[in-house]
Design a binder for this molecule. Structure first.
Ligand SMILES: [Zn+2]
Length: 358
């Protein structure tokens, strides 16, 4: 049977051929297809699909997929027929929507059939193109969704400028003036927020058992970790945010992104992710200084440091904006003045991070 004769045979047998697409279909057709298979589970009945065998020798483009069909949607629970290998009997649940230039048609094919039918090289190329297109689309969507929050993040960062440098200054001062207490705290707080002491309990048969008792759960333990470089990091974040600030109006952002080439979109996306990472790093640490230097927390630290087992003879107090910490017998070791550290600007609500996407 000749090729044409075979095709005609197919068509007589109830397969359909619709040469509706001289060029690859647009986003509208793709979203309609997505919606269709989500609701019906029947790609073979999509109004614009062809179910006849796709041509072999053709330019092709994978326009959607790999998609997965929910079998329970199909009335008889059968698999989807594949126009390449089994046009009349159940074959697959996972497939691709593919466009062929030679036939000007789209087909929903089983995931395993493309390579053999269209050739390994051509199909691998089409797969790579689809992956890249999907990634490009995801990047653009993320930018459209998230860039309008950049101005609010910039305001938040600006509001913390003075507090960040005060936090750094106080942290450096505290380390320099109270090295013993600082080192004890740092060692005690490795991987925990609890300041503990060992306790012994007398057993009946064993002579004794050893356990730990939590004397105080430290607030703002992050303030003691790492180098005090919040100011520097915040400054970098502010410059990065400035460079991708397209305003807070979503329509405006959308229009302005239309002028971006893919390279610029990718670069903006990298900046954006790095900004969000910096915000995530900075936010708890900016709050940590005020939390650590609060009256209640200093009282807890003092209680722990003066426990007979630790025995640092510490006085750690706060009166108004003044923190006094002394150790041992020296008059005072550290007198910290707090001006702006506890003026907190709340972090803007970022809808995508609460939704748990990404
Ligand atoms: Zn197949």
């Amino acid at each position: 049977m000749s090729r044409v004769a075979a095709d005609l045979h197919d068509l007589r047998a109830g397969l359909v051929y619709r040469p509706d697409f001289p060029s690859a279909p647009t986003g509208l057709v793709i979203s309609a297809f997505k919606e269709w298979i989500k609701e019906t589970g029947r790609p073979e009945d999509f109004p614009q699909i062809s179910t006849s065998r796709p041509p072999k020798d053709t330019e092709l483009s994978l326009i959607y997929g790999p998609f997965r069909i929910n079998r329970s949607l199909r009335i008889d629970g059968t698999l989807v027929p594949c126009p390449i290998c089994r046009p009349f009997s159940p074959k697959y649940l996972e497939g691709y929507l593919v466009w062929c230039r030679a036939s000007k048609a789209i087909y929903a094919i089983g995931i395993e059939c493309g390579q053999d039918h269209f050739g390994k090289g051509a199909f691998a190329q089409a797969e790579a193109d689809l992956l890249r297109k999907n990634r490009d689309r995801r990047i653009e969507n993320e930018l459209i969704e998230r860039l309008p929050f950049v101005p609010a993040l910039a305001e938040w960062a600006n509001a913390w400028t003075a507090a960040a440098s005060e936090s750094d200054r106080l942290a450096r001062d505290f380390r320099r003036r109270c090295p013993t207490l600082f080192t004890h705290l740092k060692n005690a707080l490795r991987g925990t927020e609890d300041l503990t002491v060992q306790i012994e309990t007398a057993g009946l048969l064993t002579s004794r058992a050893v356990g730990t008792e939590v004397v105080h759960r430290v607030r703002g333990a992050e303030w003691l970790a790492g180098t005090p470089d919040l100011s520097k990091r915040l400054g970098m974040l502010q410059r990065q945010l400035d460079s991708i600030n397209l305003g807070r109006d979503p329509d405006d952002v959308y229009l302005r992104l239309a002028d971006f080439g893919q390279k610029d979109l990718n670069a903006a996306h990298r900046w954006l992710l790095s900004c969000l990472k910096a915000v995530e790093y900075l936010h708890p640490r900016l709050l940590a200084g005020a939390a650590f230097l609060s009256t209640e927390n200093l009282a807890g630290v003092e209680r722990w440091a003066n426990h007979p087992q630790i025995n640092l003879r510490v006085r750690a107090q706060r009166a108004g904006r003044t923190v006094t910490i002394s150790t041992g017998l020296s008059g005072y070791d550290w007198l910290g003045k707090i001006h702006v550290l506890d003026s907190s600007a709340p972090l803007p609500v970022l809808p995508w991070s609460s939704g748990g996407s990404d």
